[in-house]
Design a protein. Structure first.
Length: 164
């Protein structure tokens, strides 16, 4: 299993610090790596809405106050609007299938896209990213949680979460 590069983790910490409208996608990698608790802590730490892929179901509770529902073709208005309007999209263990990114060339067009995945072959396969971290979701999220301060994105949450 590849160990995440510390410089890649530090770069994402900087990107999060610069973001005013972060958004997360919980993919199947969160479930497979049993990173539920690390993901929950990450969500709280960066104070960002979370969309869920089909395979990511169970990685975060659909009843969590930060969850906007599914994303993409079968997704909620809140998830798809957040994706269209965020300035930083962090996808954890997500393949960016055609059901999530219906038009890859315009997907999250206002955002810097970050992909965290254990499989290097998934990086930039369907959606081009601005940054990526190769490693298990559980380990990468642990590394991030150790390095991140508490953020507050009240205006962003007030804009997105009522759409649920």
């Amino acid at each position: 299993m590849p160990e995440a590069d510390l410089d890649d983790v530090e770069k994402l910490v900087e990107m999060i610090a610069e973001s005013q409208k972060p958004m997360l996608i919980c993919g199947g990698g969160v479930v497979r790596s049993r990173a539920h608790e690390e993901f929950r802590q990450f969500v709280r730490r960066i104070d960002a809405p979370v969309a869920i892929t089909v395979m990511g179901g169970g990685g975060v509770s659909g009843r969590d106050v930060m969850t906007t529902g599914m994303i993409g073709m079968h997704g909620s208005v809140a998830s798809n609007m957040a994706c269209d309007n965020c300035d930083l999209l962090i996808a954890v263990g997500c393949r960016f299938s055609d059901r999530v990114a219906l038009k890859p060339e315009t997907f999250a067009h206002q955002a810097k896209i970050v992909h965290i995945d254990i499989d290097r072959a998934e990086i930039d396969k369907n959606v081009l990213t601005d940054h990526h971290i190769i490693g298990s979701a559980r380990r990468v999220l642990s590394m991030l949680n150790e390095r991140l301060p508490q953020y507050h994105h009240e205006a962003w949450k007030q804009h997105i979460l009522p759409m649920r």
